[in-house]
Design a protein around this ligand. Structure first.
Ligand code: EPZ
Length: 428
């Protein structure tokens, strides 16, 4: 079994460069299915979810060529397969974007139920509601290998109000609607940076999408989309994870290749805690300095521009290193505290206050000295939190299930080592 072996105790210092955004890449790669010529995609992170998405596309008939470490040429004009039952599909959440892209281009798709990080129920009813409002029929077969089927003779623009803000549904409906006849309006749309990134990519291809990044997105259908060269945005959550790791270890470092605006919900919390942040807009970098004491705060997750749920586990560790008692409320996912028992193995003082599902919250008593532990990553972001926790002890820790971490963190060993961490991958 592969594990990370981490010897903690040193403040993280130096600099780290942020890779392309996972949650943009996993949508933009399938979006190439909509183009009538090849696309060049730049700033693509080398992570397993991205590799899986490329493999799926290749099995569907596309040609994928790696031009350099972060640049790929994708020719999806040769995609013929619309029955997408490959094992990679069931292992990742973002495979639901194949539904929108195939529906938009081929008017039919049969896709294995998406899998991915499990933290309670992850419904797709809003995606299906959106497809239906464009005129498509859908069905979901039951059983172990459930398949989602969508099809229509033609797509016609529609109106979709989302009663819950959903990133995936917003982006999937955009994919399905770009070539529909007429205009589609998505109300209460998600405003995450990757929603805007996908819209920018599609607009460069010739689409007509207005309002991405606001809660009303208007898509006027076009007949054709052409291939483009596009560089995806830096990963907001990867940047936030390194900022938090540096702060939790009382270090100081420069986080490079970022878009400061995307990080506001994260760094404003660091500032509230008394951690020094300076932004260099010319260099697209941010400096975190946590060499002095910092104090606890309350955090409630919310859709963008609220505090991101994907930073919630990492902040639990940060609060454990702060002075005072912090509170974390999770308001996006129903059950995203399942990793807490793993962090508690380090001696971290975390109490789950049970109210009722989705209203549970964490009380984190800071300032306790942590000890080395054998932890098991329960999902991608929880795994990142475990790395940070291990770095905050002055002992040796191991983390297993690292495949979760490799889904979303490019060169994770190398980047932490550059910051002075003692971390290695071992075979146990
Ligand atoms: C995306 O998931 C991200 N994944 C997640 O990141 C992230 O946690 C999440 O957005 C929220 O920011 C990808 O982009 C691949 P949602 P997504 O639809 O789109 C409810 C990570 O660690 N909902 O915005 O699947 C749902 O239950 C991953 O990188 C419905 O009710 O999330 C949740 O409460 C983990 N019906 C809320 O909306 C639906 O049809 C937000 O989910 C869809 C969602």
């Amino acid at each position: 079994m592969r594990k990370f072996l981490i010897k903690g105790g040193k403040p993280l210092c130096g600099e780290v460069s942020i890779s392309g955004a996972k949650n943009s890449a996993v949508a933009i790669i399938p979006a190439t299915i909509l183009a009538d010529s090849p696309c060049i995609l730049e700033n693509i992170p080398d992570i397993s979810d991205v590799q899986a998405m490329f493999e799926i596309l290749e099995q569907m008939g596309a040609t994928v060529e790696r031009l350099d470490a972060t640049t790929y040429k994708v020719d999806a004009t040769t995609v013929t397969i619309t029955n997408v039952f490959f094992p990679q599909v069931g292992n990742m959440r973002a495979s639901y974007y194949l539904l929108g892209a195939l529906l938009g281009q081929k008017h039919t798709a049969n896709v294995l139920m998406p899998g991915g990080c499990e933290f309670g129920e992850r419904p797709i009813n809003l995606h299906l509601k959106g497809f239906k409002s464009l005129g498509a029929d859908y069905s979901v077969s039951g059983g172990l290998n459930a398949v989602i089927s969508v099809q229509t003779e033609k797509l016609v623009g529609g109106y979709i109000y989302m009663d819950v803000v959903s990133v995936g549904a917003t982006m999937n409906i955009m994919l399905a609607a770009v070539k529909a006849e007429g205009t589609t309006v998505i109300e209460n749309a998600a405003r995450e940076p990757h929603v805007v990134d996908l819209a920018n990519f599609l607009n460069m291809m010739g689409a007509n999408i207005k309002g991405a990044g606001t809660s009303t997105v208007k898509i006027t259908g076009v007949k054709e989309l052409h291939g483009v060269t596009y560089s995806i945005i830096p990963d907001q959550i990867e940047a936030g994870t390194y900022m938090t790791a540096v702060a939790a270890t009382h270090g100081t470092a420069v986080i490079k290749n970022i878009i400061p605006k995307h990080l506001e919900p994260i760094f404003s919390k660091l500032v509230d805690m008394g951690i020094k942040i300076s932004i260099n807009y010319d260099e697209d970098s941010i400096t975190v300095d946590a060499t002095e004491k910092f104090h606890a705060c309350d955090v409630t997750t919310a859709p963008h521009p609220g505090f991101p749920t994907d930073m919630q586990p990492q902040f639990v560790v940060l609060l454990a290193m702060a002075e005072g008692t912090g509170i974390i409320r999770e308001q996006v996912w129903e059950s995203r505290f399942q990793y807490v028992s793993e962090l508690q193995k380090t001696g971290m003082n975390i109490v789950i206050q049970s109210v009722k599902k989705k209203d549970d919250f964490l009380l984190i008593q800071g300032g306790k000295k942590l000890k080395g532990a054998e932890m098991t990553a329960t999902d991608l972001r929880a795994g990142a939190a475990m790395i940070i926790a291990a770095l905050c002890t002055d002992a040796e820790s191991t983390i297993s299930n690292i495949n979760f971490i490799e889904r979303g963190y490019d060169c994770v060993i190398e980047k932490f080592r550059n910051l002075g961490a003692d971390i290695q991958r071992i075979e146990d």
